[in-house]
Ligand binder design. Structure first.
Ligand code: GTP
Ligand code: MG
Length: 370
């Protein structure tokens, strides 16, 4: 079974450990602050002290969330690819995204409001594509550490007049570690007589090999300024996606990832979520790490209200009670109480972990000062 330290139990009852130890003595139990109590004993003590005991088993709770989902391969449906544009500073990532956004998203849809969210979906003749604004590499790393995969394809932007640079290489390493295919967009070809051959050679050193040389990587020359090659880029992305046979279940409770989050002074916590599974509906109970809530409003990249979101669609959500962490997984649940309990449980766990860490740090300091 589960065990709990005397100090942790005291913590949960919001009393000092000494008080608990004294109380336990009065019950005939002699224990030290670090002693482990089994679940039954801890429960008895807490109840004797007038507390209502709620037993949590993180694994069970997490499992029960997952089990709410129908897992049936015949329900898998094709979904649009999720694409991240990466590359060295100033090589044109934002320009490329902006060009695609401005040419592919009808302005009239926006209703005059232009919001800059970290993800958007575009419609092309051959299909939908979801783009993510380059998350900082830190966010990327944290998602990978949690085993959260968000991007299907990485478009590596290399400016033709600057060539392969440190962050180009870093992006390749991220792609390799995440096992995501890389499509190379040689950018700024309007600027100079391009010499993509040289870039191809430089990238070969990092295991990025063009298809025409027997490798796996598609190369395309573009200009984010004139728009040259961008339609081809979109087509090639869809071609790559087709080979990958990207699928997801689009029924049942949703699962997604927090792409960005911030506090709006008037509206409270706002999060951009990329839906990965199921359908998220207005009014759904949601849980992400230590935050939970209810979807009060959902909007797309142009601020239009939507009632349902299916896989690969990025949406902006209003309704979290606190700020969800970027990179964390979001679940929709059909039980508000469970969402709240799990959120509180995780908050406590986090607090304990932090305390433990602080203690360790203090110990380290002691040793350093000796
Ligand atoms: P960071 O976000 O700082 O890493 O840069 P970025 O990769 O987003 O580059 P950004 O889109 O900001 O472009 C950098 C500069 O290059 C800007 O001055 C752009 O106008 C310019 N630029 C981007 N693409 C092109 C292009 O295709 N042709 C030309 N001539 N200029 C470009
Ligand atoms: Mg940029």
């Amino acid at each position: 079974g589960e065990f709990i330290k005397v100090s942790e139990l005291a913590n949960k009852m919001s009393i000092k450990s000494v008080e608990l130890i004294k109380k336990m003595i009065s019950f005939g139990i002699i224990a030290t602050i670090n002693q482990l109590l089994n679940q039954k004993t801890a429960q008895l003590i807490a109840e004797k002290m007038g507390h209502k005991v709620i037993l949590y088993n993180k694994n069970d709770l997490e499992k029960s969330i997952i089990c709410d989902r129908v897992i049936d391969n015949t329900l898998l449906k094709e979904r649009p690819p999720v694409v991240t544009i990466m590359g060295h500073v100033d090589h044109g990532k934002t320009s490329l995204l902006d060009f695609i956004r401005s040419t592919r998203i009808a302005k009239k849809e926006a209703g005059g409001i232009t919001q800059h969210i970290g993800a958007y979906q575009v419609k092309t003749k051959k299909g939908l594509i979801t783009f993510l604004d380059t998350p900082g590499h830190a966010a990327f790393t944290s998602m990978r550490a949690r085993g959260v995969k968000i991007t299907d394809i990485i478009v590596l932007v290399v400016a033709v007049d600057d060539g392969v640079q440190p962050q180009t290489i870093e992006a390749i390493q991220h792609a390799k570690a995440a096992n995501v295919p890389v499509l190379v967009a040689i950018n700024k070809i309007d600027r100079i007589e391009s010499d993509p051959e040289q870039i191809k050679h430089a990238l070969m050193k990092h295991d990025i090999v063009p298809e025409e040389w027997g490798g796996d990587n598609i190369f395309i020359q573009v200009s984010a300024k004139t728009g040259k090659g961008i339609d081809d880029l979109l087509n090639l992305i869809l071609l790559q996606a087709e080979m990958m046979e990207l699928k997801a279940i689009d029924q049942g409770l949703a699962r997604g990832v927090v792409i960005e989050s911030y506090i709006d002074k008037g509206k409270g916590p706002i999060a951009t979520i990329l839906i990965q599974e199921g359908t998220l509906k207005k009014g759904d109970i949601i849980l992400s790490g230590c935050s939970y809530g209810k979807v009060k409003a959902m909007t797309n990249e142009v601020g239009k209200n939507i009632n349902k979101a299916i896989p690969s669609l990025p949406i902006v959500i209003l309704g979290f009670s606190s700020l969800p962490e970027i990179g964390s997984v979001m679940y929709a649940l059909n039980d508000e109480k469970k969402a709240r309990e799990l959120a509180i449980y995780r908050q406590e766990k986090n607090r304990e972990n932090k305390l433990d860490k602080n203690r360790r740090l203090k110990l380290d300091n002691i040793f350093e000062n000796m």
